[in-house]
Design a protein around this ligand. Structure first.
Ligand code: GLV
Ligand code: MN
Ligand code: MN
Length: 414
């Protein structure tokens, strides 16, 4: 089945309409989970799903779920991605996969193709890290990875997730009971922008993801002593800010020790925040990523030790909490080889990829066979306003997604 020109126009219009549903007080295209804009973004996606002919519902965890009934039913192919963004994010991360999945539905219907499987489209709630130290929240709820400790997570103001969810029309009890029955799902597929430079550098059109990175997030809380910046000699200070700064540099140094390994501290705060006061408290939030679980565990251990050493040599105390410990996820055969053959048969160049970005697909992979299709990112930029992928580069990804759905449909075994 070939892609026809209205697809490109529809995609451009919808990308623009979603880009308008963002927080105008923030840079870039900001639609953070648990914000009004995020509710509006998921509502918009639901409207598109209904117009495309899907029966839609919102589950207990805020995931928008659309259903296109198949000829035989009973078994499902699931597609999905997210519409929330990071602060100051772009227009393509997650959104490409949501609009691409809805296009697959339209193309099937416009070409009078009825699958044997039911086709299920999911717009996952809250893929990006929220202020409660959690990410891939909707997909974790669907796979049974949330419990009362998830609801008890606190943001920097001390508010719990249980208190915040109702503002997005999510009932905390329903959230705990949003498990999905993945026994029916033959495969899950996610189309996504690469968010890195490899496809563009290699001049390839399609990335076939082999492994999704493991991700360990931490929060380190340093407690020192508040003092006068001018009168307190350097050797008697207990400067929580300096211990935090040493820990940030330790993350950088540890992350340089592996292949395809990364370490980042994207959040740091000092209290009190005053130029002439030695910090009493400091909080650093950061993460390690990489393709090997053993390296990630070693990095955790080294960082916990480094934070303790940075603190103790300054008379500061520290608590390091590891808020997520997600192992690397190998994606599944025969889904990945099917995506590769589809790309070859459509005459598209391809590369096998490691994903340094996290995805809901990595969570769903615990429950069913999963494959991911990447399309190139200009200059490899992402999680920034400059994030861009030309529609001419997205359309091949939609074609691969559609054709992969058609091939997986042949695996129906009631
Ligand atoms: C999600 O976008 C992540 O990789 O952090
Ligand atoms: Mn992202
Ligand atoms: Mn994403």
């Amino acid at each position: 089945m070939s892609i026809i020109s209205p697809v490109r126009e529809r995609f451009a219009t919808e990308l623009g309409e979603l880009a308008a549903l963002t927080d105008s007080s923030r840079p870039g295209w900001t639609r953070r989970a648990l914000s009004e804009e995020d509710v509006a973004g998921r509502d918009y996606a639901r409207t598109l799903m209904k117009q495309a002919g899907l029966e839609t519902r919102i589950d207990g965890a805020g995931n928008v779920i659309g259903l296109l009934r198949g000829r035989l039913g009973g078994r499902e192919i699931m597609l999905g991605s997210h519409t929330d963004t990071v602060d100051g994010g772009g227009r393509f991360d997650g959104i490409t996969g949501v609009l691409g999945a809805i296009e697959v539905v339209r193309l099937l219907r416009e070409n009078d193709v009825r699958l044997d499987h039911d086709l299920v489209i999911v717009v996952f709630f809250n893929e990006e890290p929220n202020d409660f130290g959690l990410f891939c929240v909707g997909s974790r709820a669907m796979t049974g990875l949330v419990d009362r400790s998830t609801l008890a997570a606190v943001d920097p103001t001390g508010r719990t997730l249980a208190e915040a969810l109702p503002e997005s029309a999510i009932d905390p009890e329903a959230f705990l009971n949003a498990r999905y029955d993945f026994a029916r799902v033959t495969a899950f597929l996610e189309l996504h922008i690469e968010q890195g430079p490899e496809l563009e550098r290699a001049g390839r059109q399609i990335g076939v993801v082999e492994t999704i990175t493991g991700i360990n997030h931490f929060r380190a809380l340093f407690t020192g002593r508040q003092d006068h910046a001018g009168t307190t000699p350097m050797d008697v200070r207990a400067d929580a800010g300096c211990a935090a700064a040493g820990t940030v540099l330790a993350v950088e140094s540890i992350a340089g020790s592996g292949e395809n390994t990364r370490g980042t501290c994207g959040q740091i705060s000092f209290t009190p925040e005053a130029v002439n006061v030695v910090s009493q408290n400091a909080v650093v939030e950061g993460e390690f990523r990489g393709p090997e679980g053993s390296w990630l565990h070693e990095a955790q251990r080294r960082l916990t030790d480094a934070a303790a050493a940075e603190a103790s040599r300054r008379g500061v105390s520290v608590e390091v909490e590891w808020t997520t410990d997600d192992a690397p996820v190998p994606l599944h055969e025969p889904v990945t080889s099917t995506i590769a053959s589809v790309a070859d048969d459509l005459g598209l160049s391809r590369a096998t990829m490691f994903s340094g970005a996290g995805h809901d697909a990595g969570i769903i992979a615990a429950k069913t066979r999963v494959g991911m299709v990447f399309v190139p990112s200009v200059d490899g930029r992402s999680h920034c306003p400059e994030e861009f992928t030309d529609l001419d580069d997205i359309m091949p990804g939609v074609s691969v997604l559609l054709e992969t759905v058609l091939r997986v449909d042949r695996w129906y075994a009631g």
